[in-house]
Design a binder for this molecule. Sequence first.
Ligand code: GH3
Ligand code: MG
Ligand code: MG
Ligand code: MG
Ligand code: MG
Length: 303
Amino acid sequence: MKVLIAEDTLTDRLILKLYLEKMNHSVIEADDGSKMIQAYEENHQDIDLIILDLNMPNMSGVDAVKHIREFQATSDLSWIPIIFLSGSTVDEDIESGILAGADDYLSKPVKPKVLAAKVLAMARISEMRAELLRANKRLEALATTDFLTGLANRRCFESALDEQIEKAKHYGIPLSIAILDIDHFKRVNDSYGHDAGDLVLSSVASRLQGGARKGDILARIGGEEFAICLPSTTLEQAVQACERYRMVLSNQPLSYNGDQFNITFSAGLVSLDDRYVTKHELMKAADDLLYQAKQGGRDRIVH
Ligand code: GH3
Ligand code: MG
Ligand code: MG
Ligand code: MG
Ligand code: MG
């Protein structure tokens, strides 16, 4: 581990450093609270543990701990374990260090076995926390990704759309959305089976993704229905973009098991304006236009 130690008494600091280095940890030293804060802010990505003295000039250990916990909370930095050194075993000292945000304490003079044990305990907690964060990330990805195509799912699309609507209204910038539905998709399933249908759906998704402009948000929002959110895009520009999306499918048929599929879609396209307040109204409007596209003969974009 990389350990940041802050201790104003030179001999105490050197002994602590020596013990830690003997345990194969690397050490960054500071001799007061404010230097410790500076070292922490410069190296926070690398530091695994902080050990600090409570009584130091310039900034006390308690204030330094508070500062670090606040810094973490406002900058969304990962949590770091903190152990403070206490010259006394006065209950109030221990209490104030823990209340400030430290996780454990060591009484001086530091005994190497106790130090090693407490460092080990903190390393375990850090590892558990890292594992929880990784699991959380995996869950978040699962909750926002469409399993079949890897695109965003409906939940993710709707929350992204909420954000984009708010942004567009706040800054007065355009926003367009399109809802796409594959034409006669049932025929693919009926003629080639559901697995072929699934494969065609994921091919459609990757074709669309391949044709996406940076910033466009693509999602599968239903069985063979996709949605595209086009930030900073006027209706006129969105029509061109949707034509481009249409081309990436019609340029070249999809193939599966030696069979070729000419896939087309119908789409409804709308831009945000005063008529629409919520994302539901915007999506409903796109859906109505999609219906017209189907009625009008499919393989077209209606806006
Ligand atoms: P239309 O042009 O009117 O949209 O015709 P369509 O056949 O595409 O529409 P319909 O709503 O009649 O049928 C949609 C089909 O999409 C029916 C369903 O079996 C299929 N489907 C929906 N989700 C999936 C999926 O995840 N995998 C596969 N293979 N098929 C799906
Ligand atoms: Mg001191
Ligand atoms: Mg349908
Ligand atoms: Mg369809
Ligand atoms: Mg459909």
